[in-house]
Write a protein of this length. Sequence first.
Length: 363
Amino acid sequence: MRKNGFLLIIMILFLTSCATNRVSDSQWTYSHHEGDLKESNDIRYYFIDENGEEHSFSMLIDQDYSLQNKLKIGENFFLSFKDDTILDLEEVDKNTSYFTPIVSGTPGEKTIKNLLSTAFAPVGSTLYVYGGGWNWQDNGSGNEARSIGLSKEWASFFYSQDTWYNFRDERYYPQGGVNQCHDKGLDCSGYIGWILYNVFNTEDGNDGFVGSSTKMAKRLSEKGLGEWTQDYTLEDIKPGDIISISGHVWMAVGVCSDGSVIAIHSTASESREGNEGGGPELSAVATSKDSEAYRIADYFMSTYYPEWYSRYPVALKDPDVYFLKEGENMGKFSWYVDKENGMSDPDGYLEMSPEEILSDLFK
């Protein structure tokens, strides 16, 4: 509390010194930061001016790191600063997405069909970024995961990369306790969190759902939205179920007749060049590419997302890993149906096969 009080005092002192503030009419391109948030708030932020010269700034801090969460590497900003301290910044030309998803949902519509429709909106245009969907300080939902619709940065970043993209590259991986590329894509819990936010909300800025992937399924049950269990079999898995395993969370499209399962999730799958990239996509939880789940997932990804498919083949996921139930948090979450909390199913998706569901979504 004493630390937060000190930060608020510093903010007030800066904001009340308007006479010496400088508001720049020029655009500044954000480059990177230096420093470690785990050790100190004394972090330097580097911007490039319109003449190509790099400048170092400190930045005003509040308890939510509000300004820091606006930062996007490679994007242009208008800056307001005093001496070398940034007091405010505003992104230039924000919220102009040029990607139109093939399948998308309706914000605030709590049905199983809309849940799965929403899940497909980022598919084919969003890469796996570790910390993507989280906030800058890495303790919860970022602005992108608390916003309605797709972020323009996701598709922009996808189209700027190719099969050589690797999420472990230090340019994109968290540095110094900071999710420096939190806006560029989605990791597994960022993706599920974004889906849920868009199903349960109709406006930006409310509380988000992003958190530990291993605990996400259980946490949704604790919110009163459905039931969590570790005592389940394949026959118990329904469309829209959310399953947490060690370090990962995924959503079930459904179980095929041969017992294989189609998953939709953000996963760091290998590209055709062998690099860990991937992102929101369909995968087959099965032991063989001859499985029904693999055949169906391969058809829909290759048919409707050819550019993605040219980079990333459908991933085959090990059932022994994807149904792991160790510890006190892993397990399956299933929605309450036709209750005040949870989902409704007027379209009958809970009784459909995965192929029937996908055919309906893409018709």
